[in-house]
Design a binder for this molecule. Structure first.
Ligand SMILES: Cc1cc2nc3c(=O)[nH]c(=O)nc-3n(C[C@H](O)[C@H](O)[C@H](O)COP(=O)(O)OP(=O)(O)OC[C@H]3O[C@@H](n4cnc5c(N)ncnc54)[C@H](O)[C@@H]3O)c2cc1C
Length: 396
């Protein structure tokens, strides 16, 4: 059957779910709590064949999707190439994905500044209660409201994201700002540096307004960095002494936290990645959390994207996983809603678990690997072959 659906969360997961349901004949309204069009989150996004397939399925434009890289290259502390693995992949940006999907949803079905407070469900439907006091009644509710999902908090209150023990620092450098020598050494590859206890990943993405012309692109820098729970609390505290829960707005990251990052970069990173960081706009960090919901649906309520499961970014699957959730949701809802949602959950939980467990394994390879030889030179990681082969690979 089809009917009315509300998608909570107007980010990439919510847009994918809305686009797939609309294509299957559902009348869908998207409700996003942020009051302005979303932008810039996540910076670089690696793509996979499953994502390209899903984009085509929902009718999205996949032309000029991003920058094509051909090889993965591991650098050592001296900036020399340790190993190269041919692996063609398109790397794109969060903005490009968002804009592409946003075009598929009419403006009158996409509502900014609408925060879901709670919902009540009965045999015939779901009633949504928004912070504003507004209410809506639908046949189907999809929680695509991210890893701190309000929908999941009501559906599965025991599921709580757990801090992984590390954060990811991210930064973007303009291609034109890089020295020609440094640019030539790293720009056209998916680059990595993997000494003990930390890891760098970097790759080119489009410039502003999806500009793919050489010289106008950007370099996406990702640095996984161990931080204790107490250290994280300190990093989440701004200069006024306020400690932010979960994440801190980038402009509020204290100068001494950034100074510490620069000091560590000078000590630990190869020259190419030091150069990228030095040429970047203000870096920002995101704590890495894990969670996997034991079920993705109950009754007339479904979870999708990060609300359902967060696999650490090592697998680069957040967007692809959200896309796969969306297609499966629309496909299973051809008949009765509750039965369809159970089939959706039965399909998606095991596949999400595979990505989740893979991402944790890659995290362990980064953090806990005992190395023979110099652990910081980036040449002695015993799992180097596995890391280069499995990072940002979606084989489920
Ligand atoms: C460092 C890093 C690198 C990454 N790299 C990749 C990559 O290479 N490839 C990849 O595929 N993925 C990657 N990801 C993950 C990817 O960005 C997400 O998994 C993906 O965007 C799906 O997010 P989502 O839409 O489910 O959730 P979110 O993007 O968190 O969106 C949830 C939305 O719901 C809204 N919301 C929350 N609560 C409410 C409420 N009560 N009412 C209304 N709205 C609400 C929020 O404002 C938000 O807009 C990366 C993530 C990180 C941190």
């Amino acid at each position: 059957m089809t009917g009315t659906a509300a998608v909570i969360g107007g980010s990439i997961g919510g847009l994918f779910a809305a686009a797939a349901l609309r294509k299957a004949g559902w009348q869908v309204q998207v409700h996003e709590r942020v009051g302005v069009p979303l932008s810039g989150r996540g910076a670089g996004i690696v793509t996979h064949p499953q994502l390209l397939h899903a984009l085509a399925e929902v009718g999205a434009d996949t032309s000029d999707l991003g920058v094509q890289v051909h090889d993965r290259v591991v650098f050592d502390r001296d900036g020399a190439r340790v190993t190269t693995l041919p692996y063609p992949q398109i790397v794109t940006s969060w903005d490009r994905m968002y804009q592409t999907l946003r075009r598929l949803i009419p403006d009158d079905a996409y509502h900014l500044g609408e925060m879901l407070a709670s919902y009540t469900e009965d045999a015939d439907g779901v009633t949504l209660h928004f912070e504003s006091g507004a209410e809506a009644r639908v046949d189907l509710l999809v929680g695509a409201d991210g890893f701190r999902s309000a929908v999941r908090a009501r559906l599965l209150p025991d599921v709580q994201p757990a801090y992984s023990g590390y954060v990811v620092w991210r930064a973007l450098a303009q291609e034109a700002d890089l020295s020609p020598e440094m640019r030539d050494r790293i720009f056209d590859v998916f680059g990595m540096f993997m000494p003990q206890g930390t890891q760098i990943v970097g790759y080119p993405i489009a410039g502003e307004n999806n500009d793919l012309r050489p010289g106008h692109r950007r370099y996406n820098f990702v640095w996984y960095f161990p931080v204790s729970q107490d250290g994280l609390t300190d990093m989440l505290t701004d200069a006024s002494g306020q400690t932010h829960a979960i994440s801190i707005p980038p402009p509020l990251v204290r100068d001494d936290v950034l100074a510490q990052l620069e000091e560590t970069a000078a000590r630990v990173l190869p020259d190419v990645f030091q150069h990228v960081l030095a040429k970047s706009e203000r870096p920002f960090f995101t704590p890495i959390y894990d969670h996997l919901s034991p079920t993705f649906a109950k009754g007339r309520v479904a979870l999708s994207g990060d609300a359902a499961c967060v696999a650490r970014p090592h697998v680069g699957m957040g967007v692809t996983k959200a896309a796969q959730d969306a297609l499966a949701l629309a496909r299973h809802l051809a008949g009765d809603v509750s039965a369809g949602l159970q089939a959706y959950s039965a399909e998606r939980v095991p596949l999400s678990r595979a990505a989740y467990e893979r991402s944790q394994m890659l995290g362990r390879h980064m953090m806990q690997v005992p190395m023979q030889g110099d652990p910081m030179d980036g040449r002695h990681n015993p799992n180097m072959d596995e890391i280069i082969r499995l990072t940002a690979v979606a084989d489920f």
